[in-house]
Ligand binder design. Structure first.
Ligand code: PLP
Length: 399
């Protein structure tokens, strides 16, 4: 069948094979530990859900302006002003149906045929596909493993061409958990500014930061004069355990923001009104929000410590990135390849079949020698999963 050029390069998600198999095995009654999910295991904090329920009872169930209810845009701008120490305007905010739509709006508005968009790699699986939907070309830029795969201006120099129009970074990073420092972000921002390249920064995991000094730095921590054209992408999904509510946002220059809003007005209109009312509570009741972020953050950091300790004990010598943020552990399984298993996709399938543990193969993130394990689950499940992985590796090495 003939499809349009819009989707001709679209690939099915690399994660589908493992997750389909995981579901099939679980349906057959197998004991499956599924660590492939990209979402917090907590319920949405009650003060947020209660606000939505009250909003529905109060009749807040109709269309809103495409860019979002004005109070929510203002609350987000206020939080961003605190983040940056400078005045951020509500007319720079568009509330979207999840950070994914925020990324779509930005990529589809800013790039098109003939444009190259650099993607810091390993990358969240959706970026290259969204760039292709805009019919632009994704260009993978890998950072060095010794730098937790974070990219530097020198890495960008090796991939820049006359067609380079944008760069996407993600901090804290899915899948590595790496966190860029303010200095590193400033270097990247200045590199983009000097070349008129759009900098898109996806900071959806910024509140899940294990350094114990508040949220991770982001592009608004960079001095204003170092920033050229940029779009900040963020949302409520990961910070407030709100993945199903579908609330993300962009922050950008007001003129660009009007284009994002016009695009969205023709596609989804506004994100769901009760979800916006819920997000209004999350972004304006700062005491309750801080308490929830602290509680969930503490659990994620404890699990991060546990998973790193268990890697040392159960899988000694296996390279992994110590996550500074988010809730993923990215580790290298190349040392376990053999005649029958030559990439992480096959390794993950075998692990799932034999040990009942579902991980995401690195093919989804640009490097199929690595795998991603989510630690957004209980300590017991993390322990069980790593001990099953360790048994599987030992069984494979003895034949
Ligand atoms: N950006 C990154 C790096 C993600 O990992 C995800 C979800 O996994 C998203 C964006 C999408 O977030 P949302 O659920 O708000 O669309």
């Amino acid at each position: 069948m003939q499809f349009s050029a819009n989707v001709e390069k679209l690939k099915p998600s690399a994660t589908i094979a493992v997750s389909t198999l995981a579901k099939k095995l679980a349906a057959e009654g197998r004991d499956i530990i599924n660590l492939s999910a990209g979402e917090p295991d907590f319920d949405t904090p009650a003060f947020i859900s209660d606000a939505a329920i009250q909003g529905i009872r109060d009749g807040r169930t109709r269309y809103t302006p495409p860019a979002g209810i004005p109070e929510l845009r203002s609350a987000i701008a206020e939080r961003l002003s605190e983040r940056s120490g400078r005045k951020m305007e509500s007319d720079g905010v568009v509330v979207t149906a999840g950070a994914k739509q925020a990324l779509f709006n930005a990529l589809f508005t800013l790039f098109g045929p003939g444009d190259e968009v650099m993607v810091a790699a390993p990358y969240w699986t959706t970026y290259p596909d969204l760039i292709r939907i805009a019919r632009a070309e994704p260009v993978e830029v890998f950072g060095d493993q010794t730098n937790d795969f974070k990219i530097t201006p020198a890495d960008l120099d090796q991939h820049v061409t006359d067609s380079t129009r944008g760069l996407i970074i993600n901090t804290p990073c899915n899948p590595t958990g790496a966190v860029y420092s303010v200095e590193e972000l400033t270097g990247l921002a200045e590199w983009c500014r000097d070349r008129g390249v759009w900098l898109l920064s996806d900071e959806i995991y910024r509140n899940i930061h294990h350094a114990g000094d508040g949220a991770a730095p982001g592009i608004l921590s960079v001095p204003a004069e170092s920033l050229g054209p940029y779009v900040l992408i963020d949302g409520a999904s990961k910070s407030f355990a709100m993945t199903g509510w579908r609330i993300g946002f962009t922050y950008a220059d007001a003129e660009v923001t009007r284009k994002f809003s016009a695009l969205q007005s023709q596609i989804t209109s506004n994100s769901a009104t009760p979800s916006q009312v819920a997000a209004l509570a999350a972004f304006s009741d700062t005491d309750a929000a801080d308490a929830s972020l602290a509680e969930m953050g503490e659990a994620f950091t404890r699990r991060r410590d546990l998973v790193c300790r268990l890697m040392g004990e159960l899988l000694p010598g296996v390279p992994f990135i110590e996550p500074g943020g988010a809730f993923y552990l990215f580790f290298c399984v190349e040392g376990f390849f053999d005649d029958g298993v030559t990439n992480a996709t096959e390794w993950c399938s075998r692990l799932l079949q034999k040990q009942g543990v579902a991980l995401v193969p690195g093919a989804a993130f640009g490097d199929d020698r690595w795998v991603r394990m989510s630690f957004a689950t209980s300590d017991e499940i993390i322990e069980q999963a790593l001990s099953r992985i360790s048994s599987s590796v030992r069984a494979a090495s003895v034949g």
